[in-house]
Design a protein around this ligand. Structure first.
Ligand SMILES: O=C(CO)[C@H](O)[C@H](O)COP(=O)(O)O
Length: 267
């Protein structure tokens, strides 16, 4: 899509909006790093997506001394490249099963901090790295801040499946789980389906927002289907979510129900 983005950016109004969204992502990421990546943290999980590069950028700004002796655990190919390009040390969760803090993006976050993740098809590793962390923090722009899941993210819930079982799982998701419009995610610059970093396919399952009043129940139902590897519903996992706003403020929602509006980090 780079051609489309380039032509959109030529329209001044669209260009302003795009750069507004980018600066909202950066604001959320910088503020979350300032609040949660402390000198004593040695093992840090790095998520995937377009907001996370700003997380790595801010961590690099903490300086070589702060990052000496730290190891960064990626959630997929993209975040591994980010870590390597930033000249930070990379590790894997099998060597470091206990992570101090993981910071990751999200596709949608509800008022209880339940998240839809997997827009980049990385949600299996993302969930492992989030679960391994003592503190899991979400960073996103204001568009992801929602009351109820499946309101602002039309593709719905990403479901990673083993390839040979996709037809059976897709039919079950459509007919038994209640997502009649669920589809197999197709690749854009490759003929055929998206293949994850783990060699699996992804089904995107939109649900009515009412169904998402209890996302844990939907998660349990989908996870019980044989052939499902992981579901992009992250329920009761995040300690806080940071949303960058267009006016330069950051909305922080905490797991205990508190919400703060603060000025974003100095850039
Ligand atoms: O879950 C993810 C990838 O699997 C991403 O964290 C999610 O898609 C958010 O990405 P972005 O920061 O580009 O909005």
């Amino acid at each position: 899509m780079p051609g489309l983005l380039a032509s959109m950016k030529k329209d001044p109004q669209v260009a302003q909006k795009v750069s507004g969204i980018e600066s909202s992502k950066r604001l959320a990421a910088y503020t979350a790093v300032d609040h949660h990546i402390k000198p004593e943290h040695r093992v840090i999980g790095i998520g995937s997506g377009s907001t996370v590069p700003y997380v790595v950028e801010r961590i690099v700004q903490q300086g070589q001394e702060a990052n000496k002796g730290r190891v960064f655990i990626p959630t997929g190919f993209q975040s591994r490249q980010l870590i390597l390009n930033a000249k930070l040390s990379v590790g894997d969760v099998d060597e470091y099963p206990s992570i101090d803090v993981t910071i990751d993006g999200a596709d949608e976050v509800d008022s209880s901090l339940n998240c839809i993740k997997g827009g980049g098809a990385c949600h299996l590793r993302e969930k492992v790295i989030a679960e391994a962390a003592q503190t899991f923090i979400v960073v996103a722009d204001y568009r992801k801040n929602s009351q109820s899941l499946c309101t602002n993210y039309p593709p719905g819930v990403p479901i990673e499946v083993v390839p040979f079982a996709y037809g059976k799982v897709l039919t079950a998701v459509q007919k038994s789980i209640g997502s009649p419009k669920a589809t197999l995610r197709m690749a854009i610059k490759k003929a055929g389906p998206v293949v994850t970093d783990n060699g699996h396919f992804v089904i995107d399952a939109p649900f009515e927002p009412e169904r998402m009043q209890d996302p844990s129940a939907v998660l349990r139902q989908i996870k019980l289907l044989t052939g499902v590897v992981e579901v992009g519903l992250f329920c009761n996992m995040a300690k806080a979510a940071y949303f960058g706003n267009e006016d330069g403020t950051v909305t922080i929602r905490h797991a205990d129900g508190r919400t703060e509006e603060i000025s974003g980090a100095q850039q």
